[in-house]
Design a protein around this ligand. Structure first.
Ligand SMILES: [Ca+2]
Ligand SMILES: [Ca+2]
Length: 329
């Protein structure tokens, strides 16, 4: 694999691309949802999260994932998530440990001279209109001005699906590796990581593992909003890796920002592919809308589940929507 020396893509910690092998496909063992985090576990999380804060010239840190099987979908939510069905992921792949950050996105935007869809023609990004108490498209909002304070370590928001495609195309050119968005099945496979419960953490531990709507959001909340009983400390986005990682060492898969996937929108899983590939036009897929996953800082607990599915227009941007990336071996 060709590697641009100025821009190295890592898989795992300290391993150059192509040097990592993963095991053969097999039945994934059932894993238990994670519970209370010890002081030692928090220290490990902090060290792992540091690997997401990449230096200039370094691609986002990737985690190698073994092939395997899992049950996709759920009967906990609405018809979107049904029927639950067996999926086999036939090939190893890698996925970014964290959501793509503002710093990583800036490096792309500046180097490629790229204008996001929110910036093109003053279209803007959907955000909170405090006067109207409504979410609406605001012309001055974009990834560098989403309407709340973000550092380079916060997840990039106000990026459309088209922007995410431009990012992975640029990163692929830059590194010689093949970067892309994860498929919807890959996303759920890595997030579940062998768990079959609604979440990879215990239902009573949300604020240890996810940035969602908790008691901290009372300052912006409407009376009708459902908040978690705990306080996670972040009203809007949190720097990536601020919470506990899942069994694969991935951060913020549930919560912080919704994440784009490659798949076109289908209203349920009837005749969905069983091989982990992206489900596109086939079976009536609406490719003007793509699947988003995982819920965000603005999501009530019911939306922070491994099986939750949403959809968004490919050319629109939102202040609670970002992405993480995948990479082929
Ligand atoms: Ca929060
Ligand atoms: Ca997320």
């Amino acid at each position: 694999m060709r590697v641009n020396k100025k821009f190295i893509g890592l898989i795992g910690v300290g391993l150059l691309c192509g040097q990592l092998t993963v095991g053969a496909a097999g039945e994934q063992q059932t894993a238990k949802p994670l519970g209370e985090r010890s002081a030692e576990a928090k220290k490990t999380s902090q060290a792992l999260a540091q690997t997401c804060r990449t230096a200039e010239g370094q691609a986002p840190t990737m985690v190698a994932i073994r092939p395997g099987q899992f049950q996709m979908g759920s009967t906990d939510g609405d018809a979107y998530e049904q029927p639950p069905h067996a999926v086999t992921i036939p090939q190893p792949f890698a996925i970014s440990r964290c959501e793509i950050t503002v710093g990583q996105f800036r490096q792309f935007a500046e180097e490629a001279g790229y204008q996001t869809t929110a910036e093109q023609g003053g279209k803007g990004c959907y955000g909170w209109n405090a006067d109207k108490k409504e979410v609406e498209q605001l012309p001055d909002r974009n990834w560098s001005n989403p309407g709340f304070k973000q550092t380079d370590d916060h997840p990039a928001v106000c990026v459309s699906w088209n922007d995410a495609q431009a990012y992975v195309a640029w990163l692929s050119r830059r590194t010689g590796a093949t970067y892309r968005l994860p498929t919807e099945a890959e996303w759920e496979y890595v997030v579940r990581a062998g768990t079959t419960a609604a979440r990879y953490y215990r239902d009573d531990r949300q604020c240890d593992y996810a940035n969602g709507l908790g008691q901290e959001a009372k300052s912006i909340a409407d009376s009708g909003w459902t908040l978690a009983e705990c306080d996670d400390g972040y009203v809007y986005t949190a720097p990536v890796g601020s919470f506990g990682e899942n069994h694969h060492g991935l951060f913020d898969t549930l919560g912080n920002v919704w994440e784009w996937t490659q798949d076109c929108w289908h209203g349920n899983y009837d005749n969905a592919p069983a091989d982990g590939s992206a489900w596109l036009e086939k079976g009536g897929g609406d490719c003007n809308r793509r699947v988003v996953r995982g819920g965000s800082w603005g999501s009530r607990p019911l939306l922070l589940r491994s099986a939750i599915r949403g959809m968004y227009n490919t050319g629109e941007a939102n202040f609670n929507l970002g992405f993480r990336i995948a990479r082929a071996f």
